[in-house]
Design a binder for this molecule. Sequence first.
Ligand code: ADP
Ligand code: MG
Length: 374
Amino acid sequence: MALIEFEHVFKHYPGSPSAAVDDLNLHIEAGEFLTLLGPSGSGKTTTLMLLAGFEAPSAGAIRLDGASIESLPPHQRNMGVVFQSYSLFPHMTVAENVAFPLSVRKVAAPIIAEKVHAALTKVHLENLTHRKPNQLSGGQQQRVALARALVFEPRLVLMDEPLSALDKKLREEMQLEIRRLHRELGVTMVFVTHDQSEAMTLSDRVAVFNQGRIEQLASPKHLYDAPANPFVANFLGDNNMLGCTLEQGRQSGAGSVTGRVRTADGQTLQSRICTTQTLADHAAVKLCVRPEFLQVATDAATLATSNCLSATLLDLIHQGDHWRLVARLTGLRSEGAMDAPQWFAKISPGALPAGLVVGQDLCLGFRPEDAWVF
Ligand code: ADP
Ligand code: MG
């Protein structure tokens, strides 16, 4: 049995036309690190608040160990919570902040002292116990918040964008700290972020949210390698898209298949076909190719694939470890913002054809197994 089960959970805020959480079904396994990833307004915080008990569902069931928890107040759910803003008590010392969840639970003073010391040691703050929050850096304050969430040994730790106020270097350091804590403590963690690289760094599984629903729930690797739809392909990692027509339809659930698509100007391309949905013959589909899978050549004959799109070089930018090449596909019409015919490629320095100049004609190639059709 899963530790947490959301079953057909809805949340309608009064006066809002659409549901913030829209028929959510989600199982959280004991011990896992699960991240809720999605754009702003997609329902991540609401889901976390429903779990913590700060919001009540409009419909549906939320269970902990198989027992319904909708009527349990937050402090009886045994969940530690860390928010984006540090939300430490400014007049209390570090030690008093961390002791707070134990004091309200009426734990005896000697035990509090012991547990506070242990929690602060876990986050490497055992030497700053007498400081006030305003005498700490942002990263240290967030460590205190983490210690406060861990001190009563909760079943679950819930974190809502806890690192978003930190600069990049510190954020990446804290991500490794959180990974270490998860590994050492074995506690179940549910983490909210809109940052895909943070989600990929931290998580056993990621739930990709969009408009109050989960688009896909899988390991970071699976989401990247086998996105279920264009939304996931675009949200996780970089992606190029092009509207095409599928030559021959596919049943859903047919397993991994390769098929042919036709571009608007009649070129034929081969690609993997997504089988999470049924696609009819000649269906309008989207071809997706990640920029690191594109090959660039000035002559199609030198590409290591017969899949080739002609393009004009718009820009070439040196990014240190790779070149970012921007090109406009030629002979193809745009079919909306998501599949504008401007593509980009990440090319390793050794693979860049010599002497490229902006405005020249190119071929962009890709292997069928490196492309997806949805
Ligand atoms: P996220 O954390 O993914 O940014 P939220 O869960 O905060 O998303 O919000 C989901 C939707 O619910 C948004 O449209 C937001 O405007 C709305 N919403 C969130 N909190 C409230 C609230 N207290 N009252 C009314 N609407 C809300
Ligand atoms: Mg939020």
